[in-house]
Design a protein around this ligand. Structure first.
Ligand code: SF4
Length: 213
């Protein structure tokens, strides 16, 4: 990335971090994935219970493997051989976890987290339950405001996830949302987290790389 682009992105990141703080969420900047792992190392107490929301970012950054290898009790929804019932049980147990790791679909410069969820377990755990929520997000998901976030979610993130999941939805063909009535629709809960009551609960780590959708 050239210096001019990097300069502008850094100003966006600074404003986002400031506004997360105003909204009683904690913001961190990681220059790369190595830096991210150092931040996680200091944030997360070992022997804690941990769970994750569905996220490509957590795989791309190696966080899923890290949770498996470190001294955590990991409620691992991706473990081999789980039945549908096992996964539902993990979703329920996640509400009582010490740490919940996830990404988010967009972070606004106003310091808000914007998401579209299908089953709803991810946004539910972000809103309530786990003691701390660790949100890992690439710079590609930073947007100006909530309107820009919904534009990104409807016309980029959700269609891309439809393609990834091989869903028979209009957006998997056209690349844009038509607010479909498809039985395979992946969009159900549209959630913006604007603020926290507990200022030590949500921790957002912005990684200066393209991650996830
Ligand atoms: S509502 Fe339907 S068309 Fe729109 S993004 Fe979701 S799955 Fe795709």
């Amino acid at each position: 990335m050239d210096q001019n682009t990097e300069f502008v992105i850094q100003r966006h990141i600074e404003r986002t971090l400031e506004n997360l703080k105003k909204n009683r969420m904690n913001g961190y900047y990681a220059v790369n994935q190595e830096d991210l792992m150092e931040i996680l190392d200091t944030l997360c107490e070992r022997k804690s219970t941990v769970s994750v929301g569905g996220s490509m970012t957590l795989f791309e950054t190696g966080v899923i493997n890290w949770l498996r290898e470190e001294d955590f009790e990991f409620y691992d929804r991706y473990a081999e051989g789980l039945t549908k019932e096992d996964i539902t049980e993990i979703y329920r147990k996640s509400f009582g976890a010490n740490y919940y790791f996830t990404s988010t679909n967009a972070v606004t410069e106003d310091g808000e987290l914007v998401n579209i969820d299908g089953t709803g377990n991810r946004v539910a755990s972000m809103i309530y339950g786990p003691d701390k929520v660790i949100v890992i997000v690439g710079v590609n998901k930073l947007v100006k405001d909530e309107a820009a976030a919904w534009e990104r979610l409807r016309n980029f993130a959700a269609p891309t996830n439809s393609v990834r999941l091989n869903r028979k939805t209009p957006c998997a063909v056209t690349g844009q949302c038509s607010n479909c009535n498809s039985p395979e629709r992946i969009c159900a809960s549209y959630v913006t987290i604007k603020r926290q009551m507990n200022p030590d609960r949500i921790h957002v780590i912005i990684v200066d790389e393209r991650l996830g959708y």
